[in-house]
Ligand binder design. Sequence first.
Ligand code: HPA
Length: 274
Amino acid sequence: MNEVYQKLLHCRDCVREKTDFVPKVAVVLGSGLGDYAENIRVECEVPYGEIEGFPVSTVPGHAGKFIFGYIDDVPVVCMKGRVHYYEGYPITDVVLPVRLMHLLGAEILFLTNAAGGVNTSFHAGDLMLIRDHIALFAPNPLIGPNIDELGTRFPDMSSVYDKELQDIIRKAAKENNIFLQEGVYAQLTGPSFESPADVRMMRVLGSDAVGMSTVVEAIAANHMGMRICGISCISNLAAGMTANPLTHAEVQEAADMAAPNFKKLVTESVKKMI
Ligand code: HPA
């Protein structure tokens, strides 16, 4: 059997030894949403370290576990902390958690992240609905033998971000007076931030925000036929757009400031998804 798939099934079996909870929506909590668990009626938590073979994040602020429970009446699994390609994991490990959440039952994937604003009309602290992505600067997570049990060799990517879910998020933002930008998210590998010339290039290519996650997860989820949506918290304007150098601390600080609206939007949107 395909090694990547074998590892995935083993991780699923490890989780199933701890809980038989079946989530409908999977939520990946990015920077700033780390303490989102307070909005969940928690049924069970599974630290990543207890899942044999599961990649465990090394980034401060990304300590990892799955949280199973309910947002309103919707059964969810939330990832508190994700792994990034720049940490040195094979790309198939980076998307293993998303694949695992689908095998556990999740049909919808709600992706969140902190991102640098590239669009000149954006401000630090804005939230952005992801309408599409640019994948070409990150390794494709489907490279290698296709896992036929999960999806087809050449999956269509013409509407990765589900239109209906986008509408639900727009509506939830409007009803709760949360200002929502919209745009295209591009994933770069990191871990260094972009140069000002990189940022100018990304703008010319049609990107509104840049980050170091999310797109590979969306590709793996789309391959499996999941319905996907995503929101970026614009934690800073990208390099060269302000006089200040970028720091991880600044990114976290701005994400924390936007967190109340970010959390509200996730909760109010998820409620309407099932
Ligand atoms: N660039 C890339 N990733 C990021 C940024 C950025 O400016 N801010 C938060 N994540």
